[in-house]
Design a protein around this ligand. Structure first.
Ligand SMILES: [Zn+2]
Length: 391
């Protein structure tokens, strides 16, 4: 997810100008105009979820389709939890391991205080409660864009993000039909905040690019992106062993004004040792660290940690996640050591594969078009209609 660091109010005028183009009806009707539905995991774990308050709804058994509950009055807030193999809705036991809540009119079922468009599937997955939001891909994107970019960015950057996010979601949905959900609601997929997150400018960008995705080699393209590449995009082959020509990486000249283009973090060796122990590496202390096998983007393949007489190798991306992604914002870093700490000098934020979001912003500030931004960050792809791809 893009870091929400304020860069000033200079573009507030853009927002005001954009308001003139809105139709309120467009923003509130939220009807399904999608070529595809997506299923997003929004709650998972032992314990309970709070459903409602919200609109009138019905509950159907997901396997048999029988209506188990129907309430024409607005839904009251109630706790839902697992009860052996079934589900407990408030005080009422529903004899089913998976149900679907469907609004009888309008949009917006509340789950843990957030309203969601579409339907909510509630599953008892071996005692773990899962809430999955099933909705049209266009409605889903309304809740993604404002979490992934700043709504006041110029519209060409917002539209590039809409097309990238739509491609990414469609790619996942096409590949996960056998799973209970397609996407998670956090940065492991892309951040999704439901109706609460929606913003008029980002919704406009979703509507203006309705149904448009990227294709490569005749297929929907997995349009990965990250906040800031730090000047050199990582290749998907180096990071994930996934060779895709449009994701081969390269220089980026557009993100240098990003607030996370350069960063420095001083981290004590004791802290690193503690995080390593939590991750299962049995180290008593950290004596020194070395980076090995830097690829063409300058990112090392692994970090070697010397501890007493042992040496432990950890992949750089794993090392970053282990120490904390807010501390080590990217794996494009160099290290300097003192007796008790390591000073990391880094560039960028995120894995660095695909579109550089701050770079897209930079291009939009120089009046580059959406098509130009996407061609720069995903060379060789084409903008196509998702409906055509699904035929
Ligand atoms: Zn960049």
């Amino acid at each position: 997810m893009l870091s929400k660091i304020k860069i000033g109010f200079a573009v507030a005028a853009v927002l005001l100008a954009a308001l003139a183009f809105f139709s309120l009806a467009d923003l509130v009707r939220g009807h399904r105009a999608s070529a595809m539905d997506v299923r997003v995991l929004i709650v998972s774990g032992r314990g309970e979820a709070r459903i409602g308050p919200g609109i009138p709804f019905k509950v159907t058994d997901l396997s048999g389709g029988n209506v188990l509950m129907e309430d024409k009055k607005p839904l009251k807030s109630m706790a839902v939890r697992t009860e052996e193999g079934d589900l407990l809705f408030g005080e009422r036991l529903l004899p089913s391991a998976a149900v679907k809540l469907t609004p009888l009119k309008g949009q917006g079922i509340g789950v843990n205080g957030v309203l969601y468009r579409g339907d909510i599937i509630i599953r008892n997955n071996d005692g773990s409660l899962e809430c999955i939001n099933e909705l049209g891909i266009e409605e889903y994107l309304r809740g993604v864009l404002p979490e992934e970019v700043y709504a006041y960015w110029p519209s060409s950057a917002l539209k590039a993000q809409a097309i990238a996010s739509r491609s990414f979601a469609a790619y996942r949905a096409l590949r996960s039909s056998r799973r209970a959900y397609d996407l998670r609601h956090d940065a492991r997929s892309q951040v999704y905040g439901g109706m609460k997150a929606e913003n008029m400018r980002t919704t406009r960008a979703v509507m203006d690019t309705n149904g448009k995705v990227l294709s490569y080699d005749g297929k929907v393209f997995p349009a990965y992106f990250s906040a800031c590449c730090g000047g050199y995009r990582e290749s998907s082959a180096s990071l994930w062993g996934e060779e895709l020509e449009p994701l081969k990486g390269g220089r980026c000249i557009w993100c240098r004004f990003s607030p996370v283009f350069r960063w420095r973090e001083d981290i004590s060796k004791d802290f690193i040792a503690g995080e390593m122990r939590k991750a299962g590496y049995g180290v008593e202390r950290v004596d020194s660290l070395k980076a090995f096998e830097r690829d063409s983007s300058g990112r090392p393949a692994y970090i070697e940690i010397s501890s007493a007489k042992r040496k432990v190798k950890v992949g750089t991306e794993d090392f970053r996640i282990m120490v904390g992604q807010d501390l080590l914002k990217s794996s494009l870093f160099r290290m300097r050591e003192t007796d008790d700490k390591v000073i990391f000098h880094g560039r960028g934020w995120g894995h660095g594969v695909g579109m550089c979001q701050w770079g897209a912003f930079g291009m939009s500030m120089f009046l580059r078009s959406t098509g130009n931004i996407l061609k720069t960050y995903y060379p060789g792809t084409e903008i196509v209609d998702l409906k055509q791809m699904l035929k």
